[in-house]
Design a protein around this ligand. Structure first.
Ligand SMILES: C[S@@+](CC[C@H](N)C(=O)[O-])C[C@H]1O[C@@H](n2cnc3c(N)ncnc32)[C@H](O)[C@@H]1O
Length: 240
């Protein structure tokens, strides 16, 4: 497994609080599902395991290869598209397009979001749905008296991986989430680096407005509650 896939799993792989909602929406849609920014397949594989036809779009080929390996190991079918979701032009139509885990907050601000939402709308027939999760980032900054964070950890090939959230600081247009990534080799050698992920500010109101500009009407707001390890999020469901 590539390093990118291991870090992806360590930092995102254990999150499960949103899965019941994606399953519910997929069941209601009753047709093929397109996931944008699918990573190693946390959501795509879960939906496929629940009997849904799934297509996964991911621009990082190493993550998509890992998704393919996992699908094969579990005997699941997931169509894969190695592409940037902002440039997506698929001839297939989907009953549901999903963008889990703040995907719309890492695609390059309003212009990137507009391109992604436009691509999602173009992949839906009239009456079908697009659903996107977001975290209202200003609310996610921990108060000063919050308990210190614990690292996300994992193990692969004898290496131990740890990713510790260090800081969430305001940046123009959003926040920067900084993590200390450490890994220890089987021989006990420590390697470490800082990793920063920029998360664009986005509110539910703003997303609904931007979706309307691309022909998608907001029909539902759903909350995914916070867990001990993850902040809560909102899922905006829009109808074409
Ligand atoms: C936070 S991860 C979420 C992965 C998966 N959806 C999940 O919920 O576990 C976001 C994923 O989006 C991918 N990504 C980021 N920008 C992208 C883009 N413009 N087009 C396609 N994929 C992108 C990243 O490589 C990463 O795998």
């Amino acid at each position: 497994m590539s390093d990118a896939a291991v870090w992806h799993d360590v930092e995102c792989g254990s999150y499960a609080a949103d899965l019941p909602l994606w399953r519910e929406l997929a069941k209601r849609a009753g047709g093929p599902v397109l996931e944008l920014g699918a990573g190693t397949g946390r959501v795509a594989l879960d939906l496929a395991a629940h009997g849904h036809g799934v297509t996964a779009v991911e621009r990082d080929r190493e993550l998509l290869d890992e998704l393919a390996r996992r699908a094969q190991a579990r005997g699941l079918e997931v169509e894969r598209v190695a592409d940037d979701a902002r440039n997506l032009t698929l001839s297939t139509r989907f009953a549901l397009v999903v963008a889990p885990m703040q995907f719309l907050q890492i695609v390059g601000g309003p212009a990137g979001r507009s391109a992604v939402i436009g691509a999602a709308a173009a992949s839906l027939a009239v009456g079908d749905h697009f659903a996107a999760a977001l975290v209202e980032v200003d609310e996610s900054v921990a108060p000063d008296d919050a308990a210190p964070p614990v690292p996300d950890v994992g193990e692969h090939d004898g290496w131990v991986y740890s990713s510790l959230p260090l800081d969430v600081r305001p940046e123009p247009g959003g926040v920067a989430v900084e993590r200390l990534r450490q890994r220890v080799s089987p021989a006990g050698r420590l390697e470490e680096e800082r990793h920063t992920q920029l998360l664009d500010s986005l509110t539910v109101d703003q997303l609904e407005y931007e979706a309307a500009e691309r022909g998608l009407r907001a029909v539902e707001r759903r909350e995914v509650p916070a867990t001990a390890d993850h902040v809560g999020s909102m899922v905006v469901v829009c109808r074409r």
